[in-house]
Design a protein around this ligand. Structure first.
Ligand SMILES: Cc1cc2nc3c(=O)[nH]c(=O)nc-3n(C[C@H](O)[C@H](O)[C@H](O)COP(=O)(O)OP(=O)(O)OC[C@H]3O[C@@H](n4cnc5c(N)ncnc54)[C@H](O)[C@@H]3O)c2cc1C
Length: 462
């Protein structure tokens, strides 16, 4: 039994305030409470707290301080991998904080810390509005946005973090703080792309866009046509594309499990995903060379915005996953050849998904009013994931994840994107040097004792 648990026994005012919302290792529910969305991660915190209000969050922060613990916020646990050992940490799971308010006139969504993307997307769509959601329906809005937030609309509208109106949080000393451009501007800047090191976010206000439908879908090919398909896709991304079109080139090796539709279950494909805003005729013209290759299926058509949250086929239930990412500066033909060789039909250990997302557009345009991650200075993002159905398969899956990164490393960008880093990284790789030093100074000002623990932490400046 840890000192912490022994001390928790006699109820203190703080533990009473959190009655029914704290789970400690001795509880029968502890294993369920400590579970992350990524089931391959075995997190063992000192205790788990399930706050239902900002006041509960403040009580949890003060509790952590009282018992000499750190505190780590978790929305879903999609990026729990890099958090590291948590034995000296209270894990604060925000899943009970699920309020959503849509203001259709000002086109703003205010969402509480535990809200998942599909919930906002569907609420906004009821007003003919769209949110800058990621590919997965069940990634947390807050974790995603603090890390930057790269949606399929990002070439047009930029990072989600740079489309935030305000952020409410609890500080490392337990105060409720509201930040926006005029109030606590340094903190507001740091929270937009600097990750979860600066406070426990309780709610966030996001811009919405008057978009009711997209022209989107997937071109499917057998995996052994990968080289010609992905080279044709690469040519498309090298042309002068409008920001309205985002495409993804990808290999899929779908496991033979009932969650996967029967017609594709257990099969492997090379695919190109297309997400277009605007006149479908423009997209059809741009996609014509890919269609000329004769896909075995072509699902591209007009779809309501919530359909985009399922199109990428990210797992919709918790899953044991090992994955990682890399940003690419450029993609010459030889880089694509290296990618196809390691990740395509001849892969030594096929992963469920290895993708290259085309970036650029507004993602690459820094602006003074932006947050800590002002832009993504890279042209492609690689993101890969393998399922780890049994512990003995973790090593080969991780070896393949590394092999893909190694194969394309010669073309990697100088910086990495925090949200796609599923392994610990040198923090200096996520931001420009100037932004990183500013983040460290802000961390030192707001959390000098480093109570708040993030998966990709920023150490306070000395
Ligand atoms: C299948 C899949 C698809 C994805 N698709 C995309 C995509 O399209 N675009 C993209 O940009 N990213 C994408 N991601 C990456 C995703 O954005 C990150 O994993 C993100 O960290 C998830 O946030 P979360 O809250 O769900 O995860 P968590 O693991 O719960 O949180 C990650 C970190 O965010 C911080 N955090 C979370 N909540 C709070 C809070 N209330 N206060 C303070 N800090 C907090 C903490 O530091 C925490 O460690 C994807 C990931 C997966 C696994």
């Amino acid at each position: 039994m840890s000192v912490y648990q022994a001390q928790l026994r006699p109820p203190s005012p703080l533990t009473s305030a959190l009655a029914g919302k704290i789970v400690i290792p001795e509880h029968a529910r502890f294993d369920e409470a400590r579970r992350a969305w990524n089931l391959a991660i075995d997190q063992r915190p000192a205790a788990v707290v399930f706050p239902e209000s900002p006041q509960d969050v403040a009580a949890a922060v003060l509790l952590a301080r009282e018992f000499d613990q750190r505190i780590a916020a978790q929305g879903t646990g999609h990026n729990a991998g890099p958090l590291g050992p948590l034995e000296d940490t209270i894990l604060l799971k925000t899943e009970r904080m699920r309020g959503i308010e849509i203001d259709p006139v000002n086109r703003v969504a205010r969402v509480e810390a535990g809200v998942l993307w599909l919930e906002v997307v569907e609420a906004a769509a009821r007003h003919g509005l769209a949110a800058l959601a990621g590919s997965s329906p069940n990634v947390g809005v807050v974790g995603y946005t603090l890390g930057g937030g790269m949606s399929f609309l990002a070439r047009k509208y930029g990072l989600t973090a740079n489309n935030v109106r305000s952020i409410e949080m609890v500080s490392a000393d337990g105060r409720l703080v509201r930040t926006d451009r005029d109030t606590e501007p340094d903190l507001f800047w740091a929270l937009r792309g600097g990750g979860g090191s600066f406070g426990i976010v309780t709610a966030i206000e996001l811009e919405l866009f008057p978009i009711a439908q997209a022209y989107a879908g997937i071109l499917w090919y057998p995996i052994d046509r990968g080289p010609e398909v992905l080279h044709t896709w690469r040519d498309l991304t090298h042309s002068d594309l409008p920001d309205e079109l985002t495409t993804v080139g990808r290999f899929l090796n779908l496991p033979p499990i009932p969650e996967i539709p029967e017609q594709i279950r257990g099969q492997s494909f090379a695919i190109v995903e297309a997400y277009h805003l605007g006149d479908p005729a423009q997209a059809d013209e741009l996609l014509a060379p890919l269609r000329a290759l004769g896909p075995i299926n072509d699902t591209i058509g007009p779809v309501p915005m919530p359909a985009l949250s399922h199109m990428h086929m990210d797992p919709e239930q918790p899953a044991p996953v090992a994955g990682d990412g890399l940003l690419l500066d450029r993609l010459p033909a030889e880089a694509l050849d290296a990618f196809v060789e390691v990740a395509g039909a001849g892969a030594q250990f096929p992963l469920v998904s290895v993708e290259l997302r085309h970036l650029g557009g507004d993602l690459r345009r820094p602006r003074p009013e932006h947050g800590a991650l002002s832009s993504i200075d890279a042209q492609y993002a690689m993101f890969e994931a393998g399922i780890v159905p049994a512990p003995e398969l973790e090593a080969p899956v991780r070896a393949q994840v590394q092999a893909v990164k190694d194969a394309i490393a010669p073309w990697s960008a100088r910086h990495m994107y925090l949200n796609f880093a599923e392994t610990p990284r040198e923090p200096t790789t996520f931001w420009t040097e100037q932004a990183y030093h500013r983040l460290r100074r802000i961390k030192a000002a707001v959390d000098p004792e480093n109570i708040i623990r993030a998966n990709h932490p920023i150490p306070p400046a000395h």
